[in-house]
Design a protein around this ligand. Structure first.
Ligand SMILES: [Zn+2]
Length: 255
């Protein structure tokens, strides 16, 4: 090999090494971009986006040069500093807005999920049962009932109980102080014998994710009745899809 060729080879090696280094630096730089873009969907507010991403409103406002009114529009792209990936926020519809308007209190620490242990039912049926058979003075012990298409209620319908509308204690779970600090949600069905319907599951995910966003309830505090400390029950049944629920909630930004 002549001197000329040797120099050429050395130059080629240096060039190649430098290229690889540059590539590594660039891709590292791209991988550590400190934030993501979130596209605003109908019904979303800066307050909701701030809750979901865990980034305070003022930071979002400043970075995106929003007006002090915090007005945003559907389709707008907002930069969320510090976020690692865009989160799919559950749609905010009229029903959810109404539910959240009722809940002004910051007392809720848990979400306790039940099954009705009956194949049929609705909020009215359970209200009557709780008043007459269980002698609950304020009737329906749950805050919410998610229907399964029986008793003339649409499959997946979320019925809001008066205890939620009035922000009262529940009567659904004595264990772990659940009645006082837990939001009680009952799905109609006996999940030791059958499974929740797809629509019930979707409504549950929508309701629970917004309750978590709004009241800062951590994912680990979304529990089945039987998981509450000291509970002696198998509610909400062996077929309740816990893994699927937790996965769906995580995907929606619940932590
Ligand atoms: Zn229960």
């Amino acid at each position: 090999m002549g001197t000329g060729r040797k120099i050429n080879t050395i130059a080629a090696v240096i060039f190649l090494t430098a290229s690889i280094l540059l590539l590594l630096i660039t891709s590292y730089g791209l991988a550590t971009v400190d934030g993501v873009y979130h596209r605003v969907k109908k019904g979303e507010t800066v307050s909701l986006i701030s809750h979901v991403y865990g980034v305070d409103m003022e930071t979002i406002r400043k970075v995106n040069r929003l007006p002090s009114s915090m007005r945003i529009r559907t389709g707008q792209k907002l930069f969320i500093p510090g976020a690692e990936k865009a989160i799919k926020i559950e749609p905010v519809d009229r029903e959810i807005r109404y539910i959240l308007r009722c809940g002004t209190s910051d007392r809720w620490e848990y979400i306790v999920v039940h099954h009705s242990e009956t194949t049929e039912g609705n909020a009215r049926v359970f209200d009557k049962y709780h008043r007459t058979k269980k002698h609950f003075r304020y009737g329906l012990g749950y805050h919410f009932v998610i229907c399964n298409g029986t008793y003339r209620r649409k499959d997946g319908l979320i019925e809001v109980g008066s205890r939620w509308r009035k922000q009262m204690d529940g009567a659904h779970c004595k264990a772990g102080n659940g009645n006082r600090i837990g939001i009680g949600i009952c799905l109609v069905g006996d999940f030791n014998k059958s499974r929740a319907t797809r629509k019930q599951f979707e409504s549950l995910v929508r309701l629970v994710s917004h309750l978590c966003y709004n009241y800062g309830i951590p994912l680990e505090n979304v529990k089945g009745h039987k998981e509450m400390s000291g509970a002696k029950t198998d509610c909400p049944g062996k077929y309740f899809p816990w893994e699927k629920l937790r996965k769906a909630l995580r995907e929606r930004g619940c932590k």
